[in-house]
Design a protein around this ligand. Structure first.
Ligand SMILES: Nc1ncnc2c1ncn2[C@@H]1O[C@H](COP(=O)(O)OP(=O)(O)OP(=O)(O)O)[C@@H](O)[C@H]1O
Ligand SMILES: O=C(O)CCCC[C@@H]1SC[C@@H]2NC(=O)N[C@@H]21
Length: 284
């Protein structure tokens, strides 16, 4: 049987509308680099950071040939089927005209969570899909992964952080990775799968949350970010199994996300463990 989707379902992004939205929005965005194809938008933004690009660059690609997740796992990004973007941020640089102080590096761990909040708000509001965040950086629809976030400090980038987002919009079943359960907005029955409004709303939300967080000096409590994250977090309250970077495994109940953005897991003996990084499996 032939595919139910045609190229008409996958029009290119409207560069003019997107550029106009970026300059008229009050967000921190300074420049749009929209590419038909690239290796990885995270790599492109990191290269720009090393070359001295200021905060606010947005790199968007219609297709990635070397998209990646954490620990260099591949991110599947077929042409015009998803939103793949990276933003270049310099949270340590004060911005006098916006009244933004420098954010201490200890707070940078909130950046992938902040991007997750912007992403889940966009998807639930516009696409009307019941998505939640799996700590720290996955957007899930039920047990299926629909989007991922990769935040990376840039080596030799003078404090730059690149935050990359990959959202599956119209990917078909046969285009999804096979190593773990995944979905796209279309497969999840979204009310909207037009990438233009989704991308503009995502950048607006990302800019808004970043501005609030920066205005509060990176304080997730004062900016309301922790509360918003907890509201959308599907991990807290669940039984979890965490594969720690050391190779050890932690089993327990996800109790909360603390002020530093770490997942607090209570084990069977009632002892609380703060997890900064790890692969989380929702057990029940
Ligand atoms: N377009 C896609 N949609 C959904 N999942 C994808 C897509 N492309 C790749 N993946 C999967 O995403 C994962 C990327 O690795 P990464 O470690 O970043 O994921 P993760 O979900 O954060 O890890 P974990 O869930 O184990 O904590 C891989 O398992 C890969 O198969
Ligand atoms: O697996 C994850 O959870 C993170 C995936 C992040 C993918 C996005 S797509 C845009 C940006 N460029 C990349 O190479 N990775 C991120």
């Amino acid at each position: 049987m032939s595919s139910p989707y045609t190229d008409l379902d996958r029009p290119p992004l409207n560069a003019r509308l997107l550029s106009r939205a970026l300059v008229t929005e009050a967000g921190p965005w300074t420049r749009l680099d929209l590419r038909a194809e690239t290796g990885s938008t995270n790599a492109d933004a990191a290269g720009a950071a090393r070359a001295g690009e200021p905060e606010g660059l947005v790199v968007v690609a219609e297709r990635q040939t070397a998209g990646r997740g954490r620990r260099d796992r591949a991110w599947t990004s077929p042409a015009r089927a998803g939103i793949t973007l990276s933003v270049l941020l310099r949270p340590g640089v004060p911005v006098a005209e916006r009244d933004w102080p420098a954010v201490p590096p200890a707070a940078y761990g909130w950046l992938p969570l902040l991007a997750g909040v912007a992403l889940v708000e966009t998807v639930t509001r516009l696409a009307e899909v019941p998505a939640v965040l799996k700590w720290p950086n996955d957007l899930m629809v039920g047990d299926l992964k629909c989007a991922g976030i990769l935040a990376e400090g840039v080596p030799n980038g003078v404090g730059a952080v690149v935050v990359g987002i990959g959202l599956n919009v119209t990917l078909r079943e046969d285009e999804l990775p096979t190593d773990r359960p995944a979905t796209s907005l279309r497969l999840a029955g979204a009310a909207l799968t037009d990438r233009d409004p989704l991308l503009r709303a995502l950048l607006r939300g990302l800019g808004d949350w970043y501005g609030r967080w920066r205005g509060a000096g990176g304080d997730a409590e004062d900016s309301g970010l922790r509360e918003a994250y907890l509201h959308h977090c599907g991990t807290v309250g669940r039984a979890v199994r965490v594969q720690l970077p050391s190779g050890a495994e932690l089993v327990g109940e996800a109790a909360t996300v603390d002020a530093g953005g770490q997942l607090v897991v209570r084990d069977a003996g009632g002892v609380q463990h703060s997890v900064a990084a790890g692969d989380v499996l929702h057990v029940r």
